[in-house]
Design a protein around this ligand. Sequence first.
Ligand code: CDP
Ligand code: CDP
Length: 223
Amino acid sequence: MKQPLFIIVAIDGGAAAGKSSTARVLSERFNLMHADTGSYFRALTAEMLRRGVSPGDLPAVRAALADMKLATRIASRSALIEIGGRLIGSEIRSPEVNAAVSHFAAIPELRSVLLEYERGQAAVARERGFRGLVMDGRDIGTVIFPDADFRFFLHADPAERARRREKEGERDAVAERDRIDSSRKTAPLACPAGATSIDSTHMTLQQVIERMASSLAEALGQT
Ligand code: CDP
Ligand code: CDP
């Protein structure tokens, strides 16, 4: 197989399915820039909450979006989002953000701002000399990069995923977020056609990583 010069890897799945942990390891192993798009939706949500904007108030959401200047800061291989020159810190994982993020993520105007930003990250990764981009989220293989070179869909029992989040010390209604994310009209959570679907309920993180890494290594002629 002819080696592509620059690869795009899309990883989608429900809450706590293991997307960011696997993406992080793949980014190190294959020198890819890692974009955790869930953290972008969370950062925008934290900023909306800081400004006192509720997801039901569309005019206020639109005004806030128009006022948010987005940029990217690279830390090691992670592409972090800056809003108005500022990185949003640990508050992106607060119970308030956990509860509000899916409601903001269902707003088409907010999604279209992030769609443009996320597509632009392929150019950022190229400029910075990465071999490619690994992006994880809910709509990466379906909407953002439907032509990605590799598309994975991770899933696991909701009870197992809630247990994983609890182990991380987080209070998070993963099943409720999945319900909202899967039923929204714009870019719902769904397995992209032709994606490699992996059920990790009974797999360790390492096993999931090896399964994904072996597909990449095989296609890239790297063992
Ligand atoms: O870490 P976890 O899987 O729990 O969630 P996340 O990846 O941080 O994403 C937080 C929320 O952002 C999701 O529940 C979705 O509502 C939204 N999201 C989205 O709509 N589209 C994406 N590509 C990524 C996240
Ligand atoms: O990004 P996403 O919300 O999909 O999940 P994550 O933050 O990568 O993973 C959530 C937690 O589940 C982490 O603590 C992982 O180490 C853990 N995990 C696991 O125990 N077994 C797996 N097969 C996958 C993830």
